[in-house]
Write a protein that binds this ligand. Structure first.
Ligand code: GLN
Length: 383
């Protein structure tokens, strides 16, 4: 069998959700809300199933969704995307990433990545024959700097994968870092594959800036988004890739043989959702920020050292100062079996065998769920 995949563990998100089910635990691991999602958007999907069409939609996505994506990004970020040649709908953010990576990387190409990184990047890069050049970001800021980029970028660099807002570190990168990365991409003629699935989940008045909007990046960036994240409907698996035609054309050749297309009725509903007024998105942000604050306050009062969360569904805690004498993985295994709360060990976001002391909790939950989890964790760090 193929050694890249045969040697892989089951993705931590699935493994932890399975452990949560097995142990009847509250699942603060995999990132998904426990609210059912906006009713009008779900209703639009239901109507489209019953009254709409249910046959193969066009491979690139239904025209009204491609138009809605272009209009949405024009409105929010001033981007000027041609819906027919620069926007593609995929079956989720993960497929968008895989289509983009396979479209760009050839054997021997170097690819710059920042750890912590989402666990799908590395196996796909390896399968494509790419050579990862890993940068380790440092807490608590997780910021980029000139020295770290100078170390990994070279004339062999084909691409950089950049996740902003960053899961699991919950950082929203400021313009300064984006401009720095853009400068390196241009100096070394590299393509940026930007995982921006958390673009709308930003807090405290922060603004997400897409790398594709930074001068010099328009024609060398593949921008990836996810309706599942934007609307809290993670099971829908509707993603997007936006890129200049020479890049998108090739990503589409991969997409056509990975999934070919995506459920048309859900596409109709996402097209409707993307046009909702700004107040909807701001309301969602403040709701999630409130949940973040509730979990932060609760964990802090239990003695957990909580790191700040600027965006995403997640916050992290650094266990190193607690003297627990266990890895993040052992801690997560213990709390899911003994305390019935699932979380994600951040070591899963590093190249194999990295040990960290950081654990990620998902806060996109009802107050009652968060309170019950806190109750169960009350003696987790006093052994
Ligand atoms: N992005 C989600 C998370 O970080 C997981 C998505 C998945 O499991 N495929 O929790």
């Amino acid at each position: 069998m193929n050694q890249v995949f045969a040697g892989l563990p089951v993705t931590v998100f699935e493994a932890m959700s399975q452990l949560a089910r097995d142990n009847n635990a509250i699942n603060l691991g995999q990132g998904f809300p426990d609210a059912p999602g906006p009713e009008d958007i779900r209703r639009a999907a239901a109507d489209a199933v019953v009254d709409g069409y249910n046959q193969y939609p066009s491979m690139m996505g239904i025209p009204e969704l491609r138009q809605a994506i272009a209009t949405h990004y024009a409105h929010w970020h001033g981007l000027n995307l041609d819906p027919m040649t620069e926007v593609m709908v995929t079956s989720g953010g993960t497929e968008a990433l895989t289509s983009s990576l396979l479209a760009v990387i050839e054997p021997g190409d170097e690819v710059v990545l920042f750890q912590p990184m989402y666990d799908s990047y590395l196996p796909i890069i390896r399968q494509a024959g790419g050579i990862p050049r890993l940068v380790r970001l440092q807490p608590p800021g997780w910021r980029l700097n000139e020295e770290m980029l100078r170390e990994v970028f070279s004339h062999k660099t084909k691409a950089v994968v950049f996740n902003n807002p960053l899961n699991p570190a919950a950082v929203v990168y400021p313009r300064e870092d984006l401009e720095l990365l853009a400068r390196f991409c241009q100096e070394f003629d590299a393509i940026a594959i930007c995982d921006e699935v958390w673009e709308h989940i930003v807090f405290d008045g922060r603004e997400h800036i897409p790398l594709i909007a930074i001068p010099g990046m328009r024609d060398r960036t593949l921008k990836i988004g996810s309706a599942g994240k934007i609307f809290g409907l993670t099971g829908w698996k509707i993603g997007f890739v936006c890129a200049a035609p020479p890049l998108l054309r090739v990503a589409a050749k991969v997409h056509q043989f990975l999934t070919f297309t995506t459920a048309p009725n859900l596409q109709v509903a996402v097209a409707y959702g993307l046009g909702k007024p700004d107040a909807f998105f701001h309301g969602m942000r403040s709701e999630l920020a409130r949940s973040r604050d509730r979990l932060t306050a609760g964990l802090t009062s239990l003695g957990f050292p909580v790191l700040p969360s600027q965006g995403t569904y997640f916050l992290t805690v650094d266990l190193s100062a607690l003297g627990l004498n266990e890895t993040d993985e052992a801690f997560c295994r213990r709390i899911v079996t003994e305390h019935k709360v699932a979380a994600i060990p951040v070591s899963a976001f590093y190249e194999v065998n990295a040990v960290t002391s950081v654990v990620r909790f998902c806060f996109s939950k009802n107050d009652a769920t968060l309170d019950a989890a806190l109750e169960r964790l009350s003696d987790a760090i006093h052994r």
